[in-house]
Design a protein around this ligand. Structure first.
Ligand code: BES
Ligand code: ZN
Ligand code: ZN
Length: 476
């Protein structure tokens, strides 16, 4: 799928659908562009659609409501994509009358079209490509062109995240994840260093090694670095992603249906970090960013770590394992401790960490826990509103620390029945000594049923959020 800025109506033999996104003020202008007038009540009502035929042309109008936001345009783009594919159109020519006024709409529209066109069909013997393969957005000018390009980069980066999440563990082992990170580094132009098992052992990353004990595939620890010549920030921003390439739960085995069956998606945090860094490198961001990905599968193999084990972590502290399914925090803890050596300005980790976070806010929300200051938190929240991956802050009160007290070690790896998303965050906090933000993306990283342009299965959540945040970094 391609999105192109088109100053003029294209001359084409392609089966073409004309589309107008109508907002109240501009309703007449957009339809006049196509010389087809929508009926009197052609609704600018939000989400209302009308199909009109005249002189062999078909115009789809989608009402945008009185004050449409970027998300409404992403969703309208998805509706238009669906309809075009249902009726076999190959090309959409799109008119949005106020697009010159608010160019960020062009970014959102591009995201909506390109993300709606995402397909993961490498394993289908008879994959059918979608009919719709390009969108021409009517308009002109460098600024509009740049806005569309930003949308294109964000969508491509998100597709990288989705591809990684959708890839099953039989192909995407920890080592394969690292190989792909390496090749993305070559393609997009960022540095990659991969620590393999021997090095991870020499470094004594006890958390990562413990989770890996039940697996026959070795763990990896990937380090990505995008360092521009004159970075905006003096100290790096570090992004950490949970890379559990499959979570069986280990000996605390998960049940299959709706629980283990999609646990190839337990590297959604890693996918978000990799996708975002690809996008930032492609956009030639002037922010210095480092990505850390601890990766392994979590399995109940013969030597698997067991409930009751005490593990010495990378930072030298000890953890009593009382549930082997709380593995994400074990590997993230080592990565967070590893991040200290960079003296970071800010560390953000993303992880499909707890079912409790899904119970708390469901798939639309991302619980955030943080020790970073208000300005960093509110900048990230603002980025979340822009890309519609919205954050909600949970507290890290001292009381939660008591819930992690162990009889024989510094911490145990689970809290009690209460506040499961928070005790996971509180556990991680102990491994940080810098401004830090933790995002639990267990809810939004995967969809069992289609959700507009987010699609079905891996959503690539976090990629646009991180990209948007870093692009605005320090400029609030
Ligand atoms: N990967 C899971 C969390 C998860 C749940 C991700 C649902 C995506 C959707 C994580 O490793 C896990 O199993 N967490 C446990 C922690 C518990 C044992 C304290 C959970 O949430 O049940
Ligand atoms: Zn688990
Ligand atoms: Zn997990």
């Amino acid at each position: 799928m391609k999105a192109i800025l088109a100053p003029d109506f294209p001359k084409t033999d392609k089966n073409t659908l004309l589309v107008a996104f109508l907002s109240e003020e501009f309703a007449n202008q957009t339809s006049a562009l196509f010389s087809i007038a929508p009926s009197e009540n052609a609704a600018t009502d939000s989400g209302k659609r009308q199909l009109l035929n005249q002189d062999g042309k078909t115009l789809l109008t989608i009402g945008m409501g009185a004050k449409p936001n970027a998300e409404a345009f992403r969703k309208a783009a998805h509706q238009a994509t669906q309809l075009a594919n249902d009726y076999g159109y190959e090309l959409i020519v799109l008119a949005v009358a106020d697009i010159e006024q608010d160019r960020s709409l062009a970014t959102a529209i591009t995201e909506g079209f390109l993300l709606s066109g995402y397909q993961f069909n490498i394993y289908k013997s008879e994959a059918k490509a979608a009919d719709l393969n390009s969108v021409h957005i009517l308009g002109s000018g460098d600024a509009l062109e740049a806005a569309i390009e930003t949308g294109r980069i964000m969508a491509d980066a998100t597709s990288i995240g989705r591809d990684l999440v959708n890839e099953p563990v039989i192909t995407l082992t920890a080592e394969e994840l690292s190989r792909r990170i390496r090749s993305y580094g070559e393609q997009y132009g960022f540095e990659v260093e991969v620590l393999h098992k021997a090095k991870i052992q020499a470094l004594k990353m006890g958390g990562l090694l413990a989770v890996n004990l039940g697996s026959i595939d070795p763990p990896t620890f990937s380090i990505m670095e995008h360092k521009p010549a004159n970075p905006r920030n003096e100290k790096p921003v570090i992004l950490v992603g949970k890379g559990v390439v499959y979570d069986t739960g280990g000996l605390s085995l998960k049940p299959t249906a709706n629980s283990m069956d999609f646990m190839k998606a337990d590297m959604g945090g890693a996918a978000a970090v990799v996708g975002a860094i690809c996008g930032l490198a492609e956009a030639k961001s002037d922010v210095w960013v480092i990505g850390l990905i601890p990766a392994t599968d979590n399995r109940p193999g013969q030597n698997a770590y067991v409930p009751g084990d005490v593990i010495e972590m990378y930072d030298g502290s000890t953890v009593e394992v009382l549930n082997t399914d709380a593995e994400g925090r074990m590997i993230l803890a080592d990565a967070l401790a590893y991040a200290k050596q960079y003296d970071p300005e800010l560390v953000i980790d993303l992880a499909t960490l707890t079912g409790a976070s899904v119970v708390a806010v469901g798939s639309p929300g991302i619980p955030m826990m943080a020790t970073a200051d208000e300005s960093q938190k509110s900048a990230l929240k603002a980025a979340g509103e822009t890309v519609y991956e919205r954050l909600v802050e949970f507290p890290l009160w001292e009381e939660y620390k008591d819930m992690l007290k162990s009889d024989i070690a510094d911490q145990k790896n689970i809290g009690g029945r209460e506040a499961g998303a928070i005790t996971a965050g509180k556990f991680l906090e102990a491994f940080t000594d810098y401004p830090w933000i933790h995002l639990d993306i267990a809810g939004p990283s995967w969809r069992f049923s289609p959700d507009s342009y987010r699609g079905k299965n891996g959503t690539g959540v976090g990629v646009r959020l991180l990209f948007q945040f870093i692009q605005q970094y320090g400029q609030a």
